[in-house]
Design a protein around this ligand. Structure first.
Ligand code: HEC
Length: 217
């Protein structure tokens, strides 16, 4: 018997009691199922550590910011994976490729945020960058936080890798990177993403002088 049929069968007073009781039951059941899924910072920090696809080096770092950054950054790897061009599905570990219907989803640590995805447009080809820390311990191959914030807020391409874009494009700006969205993040959240990026493993990438190269520790 569905809840509606049930309500029809009994009187209005009883129905109200059932609704109230039902609400209580649902409330308490939900309380059990989602007890670790709150919206406060500590829940997000824990969730951040739980979902990180790579080991995180928190030594000398703010642990809370690392966890929070892992939770916040969500899909940088969708564009910044270093999965090979002819096998982009290797962004995921075989067996955990969500778009092939495989469960559970498993991000491939071997290519995590190493960069190199090519975005081909009629105006030029844009390559995502290596976001992993190098031997300095700073993300994105030694990028200080002040520069990271500038990039995220203004889209400036400090490496100036595509200066020859036809007008009205501004070749001094990143063209694919969604900085017009990221620029609205709070300083605290950007700091958390930066702290997270400093805690992930280094990916060396192609040999120098490729802009994707990192000198790993
Ligand atoms: C839609 C794809 C996409 C997503 C999502 C994305 N990026 Fe990017 N990002 C790029 C591309 C492509 C470039 C470089 C080329 C360009 O945009 O012109 C880039 C460049 C950057 C740069 C500049 C690197 C340098 O050396 O100057 C930073 C920093 C960066 N991304 C960080 C991030 C972070 C952090 C996230 C997640 C919060 C993220 N990106 C998500 C595509 C993306």
């Amino acid at each position: 018997m569905t809840q509606r049929q049930f309500l029809k069968t009994i009187g209005a007073g009883a129905a109200l009691a059932v609704v109230v009781l039902g609400g209580l039951l649902i409330g308490s059941r939900r309380g059990e199922a989602f007890q670790n899924q709150g919206n406060d910072d500590e829940s997000r920090i824990q969730q951040g550590f739980a979902i990180a696809p790579v080991p995180l080096n928190v030594i000398g770092k703010n642990r809370a910011l690392v966890g929070l950054g892992s939770y916040i950054q969500v899909d940088c790897n969708g564009c910044h994976t270093s999965a090979p061009a002819d096998k982009p599905f290797l962004e995921w570990v075989p067996g955990g490729i969500p778009y092939w219907g495989q469960r559970p989803t498993k991000v491939n640590p071997a290519f995590y945020l190493g960069g190199g995805q090519a975005f081909v447009t009629p105006f030029g080809t844009f390559i995502s960058r290596n976001l992993t820390p190098d031997k300095t311990g700073l993300p994105e191959g030694g990028r200080p936080f002040s520069e990271f914030v500038r990039i995220m807020r203004t889209g400036v391409d400090l490496d100036h890798l595509h200066p020859n874009l036809p007008p009205p494009f501004d070749g001094s700006l990143l063209q694919i990177m969604p900085w017009p969205t990221f620029q609205n993040m709070t300083d605290h959240d950007l700091r958390a993403v930066y702290e997270y990026l400093s805690a992930i493993p280094c990916i060396a990438g192609p040999a120098a002088p490729s802009p994707l190269h990192n000198d790993c520790p």
